[in-house]
Design a protein around this ligand. Structure first.
Ligand code: FE
Length: 345
């Protein structure tokens, strides 16, 4: 990406690539090859929201009340927030310092800018929850260093920045291109596609009981964004597989499966920290199967074989959480809410 070549000809669409575009003029949005990225950018804009638009009044009352929440519920909520508060900062950092820097597709870079902003909105949402409830900000935001199960998840993910964040790192060799692909697998498929999901489930568990519903609504908006991030990451992986099929070796595929298995073990450890005794019909065993179920679906999305073949133990969550139809879900939720209110008459 050197200086502009004066009088140079327009970019050849056939030379556009996610990485290693031979004609890597990232200033020209057209010709647009990776239209999935443009679609994601438009969808992200259409879904724009801000945390402060959501009322936290009920949550504030319940959090202050001595009786609305059990000690186990409070601890579960805090631990989940402890994970969330730093997770989106970690994701944002990788989008900007890793994905964006090395991607040669202008439309993908457009979406990554949107994605980075959405990660900031998510961190804002957690900040807003913590502030609204009068929690100790320093304690919650530092939990990723103090709570073993959060630390281990984050440490696992962050270890895949090594190399990529090196100022001398460049794509264009077999080894480095696989390293970049590995980074997307870890951050999109695992961080955004697996590590967020048991925490989402906890928040929906509260919501089903009419508890902390403002926080849960924040999380619904976050989940809608995150499912876009996940789909975008899957598209990046599958497009790179098409553009550079030599990278997708049997060894590399097995490596991706092994990474997902390590992530499933870490996520299970996290779930047992959140639910040492189990609450509202969810316990660590249920979570183990849910995590396995999600992991199989993620593997399938990049063409890798299922490893666990389990039923979804929380079928009530499949609509709420594991959706590819975010809009329908939100319309349904709003409609049901309205109908419920009218039934009072
Ligand atoms: Fe994200």
């Amino acid at each position: 990406m050197s200086s502009i070549q004066k009088g140079g000809s327009a970019v050849d669409i056939n030379k556009r690539r996610i990485i290693n575009g031979a004609d890597a003029d990232v200033m020209q949005l057209y010709p647009m090859r990776h239209t999935f990225a443009w679609d994601a950018y438009l969808a992200g804009n259409a879904n724009h929201w801000l945390p402060t638009e959501i009322s936290m009044q009920l949550d504030i009352e319940q959090w202050k009340s001595k009786t609305a929440l059990t000690e186990d519920e409070r601890k579960a909520f805090e631990t989940v927030l402890g994970f969330f508060t730093t997770a989106d900062s970690i994701a944002a950092n990788n989008v900007v310092m890793g994905f964006y820097k090395h991607t040669t597709s202008p439309e993908c870079r457009m979406y990554m800018l949107r994605q980075g902003y959405e990660e900031a909105i998510h961190t804002h949402a957690y900040q807003y929850i913590v502030e609204s409830l009068g929690m100790d900000e320093s304690r919650i935001f530092n939990m990723y260093r103090e709570v073993e199960a959060i630390y281990k998840k984050d440490d696992f993910v962050l270890s895949f920045n090594e190399g990529i964040f090196d100022p001398n790192f460049k794509t264009g060799t077999f080894e480095n291109d696989q390293k970049f692909l590995e980074n997307i697998v870890v951050f999109s498929l695992i961080m955004e596609g697996i590590f967020f999901y048991s925490s989402f489930a906890v928040m929906f568990g509260f919501q089903r009981l009419g508890k902390l519903t403002g926080s849960a609504e924040q999380i619904q908006y976050i989940m809608r964004d995150e499912s876009q991030h996940l789909n975008f990451g899957i598209n990046l992986i599958n497009t790179i597989k098409n553009e550079q099929p030599e990278l997708w070796t049997p060894e590399f595929q097995q490596h991706c499966v092994d990474l997902v298995k390590r992530a499933v073990a870490l996520e299970y450890e996290f779930a047992t920290t959140v639910f040492p005794k189990g609450i509202f019909g969810m316990n660590a065993d249920g979570f183990r199967d849910y995590i396995r179920y999600i992991a199989d679906k993620r593997l399938g999305m990049i063409g890798l074989p299922a490893q666990y073949n389990v039923e979804n133990p929380f079928p009530w969550m499949s609509e709420a959480i594991d959706l590819n139809k975010e809009k329908n879900f939100f319309e349904t939720r709003v409609t049901e809410y309205k109908v419920g209110g009218q039934l009072e008459w």
